[in-house]
Design a protein around this ligand. Structure first.
Ligand code: ATP
Length: 451
């Protein structure tokens, strides 16, 4: 099994990601996020929000998925700008994007393919009971259009001055011709976007500023230097609105692929929406008395794509097991070495053995105590070693065990995921100690070392 297949299987087995509508045979290019997937996604989005709002002049927006279809006319999405060139194999009738085909041959069966034709990626739907051209609209294909059409609302209600940024996280939909590579390319996904409105004179400077911030974000969350690269996108490959574009690429098991795009959109959006809506979306600078269309620097990241990158980065297999003291086994142990901020479960609470009711009762009390502060799980099934391994497999940072000593002196052991070292601490200090572990303090200094 290759690494992608192993990750897909782990994601399903441990409740991260399930294929959509699986009991009905699935639904191409759509996935559901299970309990641990929800936590992981939430942590990624929160980390993004924290990083973006740490900067000056950033405000949030939550615009609707459904919009007036004129928005998509103005944005260029209904015309050539948002189409893929599609070919069909004359033998097996599978469809592919033109750029996936070499020498007019089907990549699956080697058959000849048809001439390319345009295929629009917008997902069509109807508003109200009648289905006709006037009730047609589309599920949004990117979150940023909601920001552009609210430019004046935000500017005026928040009394902002340029430069400022609007951030938004939300679902987007694209009728991808060939969804593939698990959650890398799907038909329904989430984006984390920022649109930075600035003077045209300052656009280049801000482009570099935001590019640096966004690249650093991935490194800060544990992506290794050698697995991330930045690609300056040449003019012929750029999105229809972009004057300059860089792609942040991650080294997935299936190759280098874009996880985030940074674009200088110039005045494309505000000038086009002005033209189509008749509303003047120019900015008036009170100091210089200039009136102009602000330039827009966009940072556009996919939640699922970065989640997939963080999964690939965290995934480790240890042949023969991690613990050297026990007899080597043929088993391969899995460790998801997530960054502490991202780990979906921070703490596991375990009674040393299940069949001692006093221990289980004490462990459940500890679990209840920690639960309001950390994502926790209680686990009493199987040997303690097996439970540690189950925790490692989903990246649990700290495993708290209640043993017989707990009943005597109200102390518990904490086992730390990466070092597998253990310390003993008082239950009354447990919350504080876990907070310190998560903040990255030196583990062995936080309690009495267990030999
Ligand atoms: P690609 O070339 O891979 O189709 P794109 O250049 O069209 O992507 P953008 O329109 O720049 O992508 O979207 C910004 C981000 O949104 C991407 O970097 C990616 O993380 C995410 N994204 C776009 N399309 C998809 C998709 N079909 N599935 C999952 N994430 C996506």
């Amino acid at each position: 099994m290759d690494k992608t297949q192993k990750i897909i299987s782990l994601c399903k087995r441990r409740g991260f990601i399930f294929p959509s509508s699986e009991i009905y045979g699935g639904f191409g290019g759509v996935y559901d996020f299970g309990p641990l997937g929800v936590e992981l996604k939430k942590n990624i989005k929160n980390a993004w929000l924290r990083a973006m709002t740490a900067e000056e002049n950033i405000v949030p927006l939550d615009s609707a998925i459904l919009m007036n279809s004129k928005v998509w006319q103005a944005s260029g999405h209904l015309t050539a700008g948002f189409s893929d060139e599609l070919v069909e194999c004359k033998s097996c009738h599978k469809r592919f994007k033109l750029d996936e085909i070499k020498r007019n041959k089907c990549p699956e069966c080697g058959g000849l393919v048809t001439k390319p034709r345009k295929f629009n990626l917008m997902m069509k739907t109807f508003i109200g009971p009648v289905e006709n051209e006037t009730t047609t609209t589309y599920l949004r294909a990117e979150t940023c259009q909601g920001i552009f059409v609210n430019f004046l609302n935000i500017l005026n209600s928040m009394r902002l001055k340029i430069p400022f940024g609007v951030i938004q996280i939300g679902k987007s939909f694209r009728n991808e011709v060939n969804p593939k590579n698990f959650i890398f390319r799907t038909r329904e996904f989430e984006q984390m976007e920022m649109e930075w409105f600035c003077s045209p004179k300052e656009a280049n400077r801000f482009f570099d500023f935001w590019a640096e911030k966004r690249i650093k974000w991935y490194f800060d969350l544990g992506i290794k230097k050698e697995n991330l690269r930045v690609r300056e996108v040449p003019e012929e490959e750029r999105a229809h609105y972009a004057q300059r574009q860089i792609d942040i690429e991650y080294h997935f098991p299936f190759g280098w692929k874009e996880i985030e795009g940074i674009h200088n959109r110039g005045d494309f959006d505000l000038s086009n929406h002005t033209k189509h809506s008749g509303e003047d979306l120019k900015y008036f600078d009170e100091e210089t008395k200039d009136k102009y269309f602000p330039y827009i620097i966009e940072t556009s990241a996919g939640v699922e794509r970065s989640l997939f990158a963080f999964l690939c980065e965290a995934y480790q297999e240890i042949k023969g097991g991690r613990t050297k003291t026990t007899k080597p086994t043929k088993e391969v142990e899995i460790l998801l070495k997530f960054h502490k901020t991202l780990a979906p479960i921070k703490v596991a609470v375990l009674p040393l053995v299940r069949n001692k009711p006093e221990l289980a009762k004490r462990a459940k009390e500890v679990y209840q105590m920690l639960k309001p502060n950390f994502t926790c799980q209680y686990d009493e099934l199987g040997s303690i070693g097996r439970r540690y391994r189950r925790g490692d497999e989903v990246g649990v940072i700290a495993s708290v065990t209640c043993d017989f000593q707990t009943l005597e002196d109200n102390t518990v052991t904490i086992r730390e995921r990466d070092s597998m070292k253990q310390i003993r601490v008082e239950i009354s200090k447990l919350k504080e100690v876990i907070q310190k572990i998560l903040a990255g303090e030196e583990f062995l200094k936080l309690g009495k070392i267990v030999k």
